[in-house]
Design a protein around this ligand. Structure first.
Ligand code: PLP
Length: 346
């Protein structure tokens, strides 16, 4: 009998010396593997493959896609991540995503677990193990396992997780009529945390909940001065009557890889005398957004999405907006054909 006065019988722990028996099954590894962990859950169907440095390999069985509970990413949100997509067997704009991942890790003083070439090799292998040429790829760098304390010094080293899932359809493919948006009641994160893609996404979670509860596609938070900041996982921009495309200043938002790519593509269009006529980063008020000619939402999942309603303002011709049409086409072409931004998985 163990010294604490418990005896394990079958699946149950008998309490020796306690007046009432325990009723919760006590699982050993064989029972856990055979009966519990292998049970498939419906939400796992898009899960394709996972690499975990803590296990030293790739798994494709969702039952094995596990993170140790003492990894400080789990109980403190102490980690960073980035999400990119694989399109036609090629990772789009991977360099920009890994640059941002490294910047986020550096901001939290987390050492990258390996060099860039090794990381790219692990990402490639994990996507290949997933078996699909179209996929969403999450790369997480955590403080690593170490304790249940708060101190990062408890953890001997960082951990790397790469999760490959089915690529969801872009917003406009799933909602061809465009998006609805509204100002959020959740304030934007303080600038330092807004700029770091860290694993504490609680304000973003609450914004997503708010959008579902209010039945709008996206809510947009305001910064401390009341200017438009961003959506839960996407950036926003407006187009003025003169054709100028404006995004919020980069101080209070995550510098989205899609937004920065859209800005580059917009500048090429402007240089050719096309729409948009100009591109700027500046403070944007809610009134300005409501009075804009067009409003756009951009991100890795939504690509370029046209907003058809913002608060009470209806954008009647959102889908015909010249900036929306030009930029969504330009980004789509970039994603499909810009070989300079593609990393083949083969
Ligand atoms: C808070 C936030 N803003 C903006 C974005 C858009 O960034 P990207 O275009 O790199 O997907 C994201 C992406 O997840 C995000 O989480």
């Amino acid at each position: 009998m163990p010294p604490n006065g418990h005896m394990i019988v079958g699946h149950f722990r008998l309490d020796i010396g306690y007046s009432s028996p325990m009723t919760t099954p006590l699982l050993d590894i064989a029972t856990w593997t055979a009966e519990r962990a292998t049970r498939r859950q419906p939400w796992q169907s898009p899960y394709l493959a996972m690499y975990a440095s803590v296990w030293g390999g790739i798994v494709t069985d969702p039952a094995l896609m596990l993170v140790p509970i003492d990894d400080h990413m789990v109980h403190r949100g102490d980690g960073v991540f980035d999400t990119c997509k694989c399109v036609g067997g090629s990772l789009y704009n991977l360099g920009a995503h890994l640059d941002r991942l490294e910047q986020s890790a550096a901001a939290l003083h987390i050492k990258m677990p390996c060099d860039r070439d090794t990381l790219v090799g692990l990402i490639r292998d994990t996507v290949r193990a997933g078996g699909k040429p179209e996929a969403s790829v999450r790369v997480l760098v955590s403080r690593g396992p170490g304790s249940f304390g708060c101190s990062p010094y408890d953890c001997p080293g960082p951990a790397l997780y790469i999760m490959v899932t089915d690529l969801p359809p872009s917003f406009m493919d799933a909602h061809p009529q465009g998006a609805t948006a509204a100002v959020s009641t959740i304030p934007a994160k303080p600038p330092f945390f807004a700029a770091v893609k860290n694993c504490n996404y609680l304000p973003n979670v609450l914004m997503k909940k708010e959008s579902k509860d209010r039945k709008v596609d996206f809510v947009i938070c305001l910064d401390a001065s009341g200017f438009l900041a961003e959506g839960p996982t996407e950036n926003i921009g407006i187009v003025g009557a003169d054709g100028t495309l404006a995004f919020p200043t980069l101080d209070n938002i995550l510098p989205g890889t899609t937004m920065l790519r859209v800005v580059a593509l917009a500048r090429e269009l402007t240089a050719r005398g096309d729409r948009p006529t100009n591109v700027v980063f500046r403070d944007i008020t809610v009134d300005e957004a409501e009075a804009a000619a067009e409003m756009l939402i951009v991100g890795t999942t939504p690509n370029v999405t046209a907003v058809r309603q913002f608060n009470d303002r209806i954008f009647e011709h959102a889908l015909e907006g010249p900036a929306y049409r030009k930029l969504s086409q330009a980004l789509e072409a970039d994603i499909l054909t810009n070989s300079a931004l593609h990393t083949a998985i083969d």
